[in-house]
Unconditional design. Structure first.
Length: 222
């Protein structure tokens, strides 16, 4: 009963509160020119950001105008709350994860890109380990030839939740920085160990971008 009440509250009003909260942030984007050009041209892409910083990630990459963006959200209880907000923000939802509905979710991700949608993923979700990338985003980008874009996010003022991902709740008016990679094409010929090595390189790059975002704010890397 409590869960249903929370979902109803999110669907009716709380999604607006979360949106307003995020709009108070002073966000600086670094290295975003190529990514912005992709979006402006209406081209498909796969953008990834870590699970703990996903509030800013989902806010910043929500669909604008006629843009279509699909979001991979787990089938857990927490995923239900997130799905309610993202649906109100204009995302098309894909429910599943590496733990629940993984194979079906991958097929839906590939199909959504083929149908003209871009894709946003937290690659260490839904259960971690924190900042360890799973294969889903890389495979989806490889199978569809959509460029992969990594987004490292940092917040100057925030509270951490006691969760596996150290979920970051930004304080109002906080500064935030997002540092982007150039769009990355995943080579079709990669498979097995070579694809896993590529994924590990993407993980390292995303961690480096996150550290650069922290440095941009004058913070020590966590």
């Amino acid at each position: 009963m409590k869960k249903k009440l929370i979902v109803v509250a999110l669907r009716v009003v709380l999604w607006k509160v979360v949106l307003w909260w995020c709009r108070t942030l002073r966000i600086t984007k670094v290295g975003s020119r190529s990514f912005d050009e992709l979006r402006a041209a209406g081209k498909n892409y796969v953008v990834v950001f870590w699970h703990g910083s996903m509030l800013v990630g989902w806010f910043l990459h929500r669909p604008m105008g006629i843009e279509k963006i699909s979001a991979l959200v787990s089938q857990s209880h927490d995923g239900e709350f997130l799905a309610t907000v993202l649906e109100r923000w204009g995302y098309t939802l894909i429910r599943g994860s590496s733990h629940i509905g993984g194979k079906e979710a991958m097929q839906l991700m590939i199909q959504s890109i083929a149908d003209g949608s871009s894709l946003a993923i937290t690659p260490d979700g839904p259960r971690g380990p924190r900042h360890e990338m799973k294969m889903g985003a890389v495979r989806a980008a490889q199978q569809t030839s959509a460029p992969l874009v990594l987004a490292g996010i940092a917040l100057e003022r925030k509270k951490f939740l006691h969760s596996w991902d150290k979920f970051e709740v930004p304080l109002p008016l906080s500064r935030a920085a997002v540092v982007y990679s150039e769009p990355i094409i995943v080579p079709k010929e990669l498979n097995g160990q070579s694809l896993d090595e590529f994924k590990m390189n993407m993980q390292r790059q995303l961690n480096e971008l996150t550290a650069r975002a922290e440095e941009h704010l004058g913070m020590e890397s966590s």
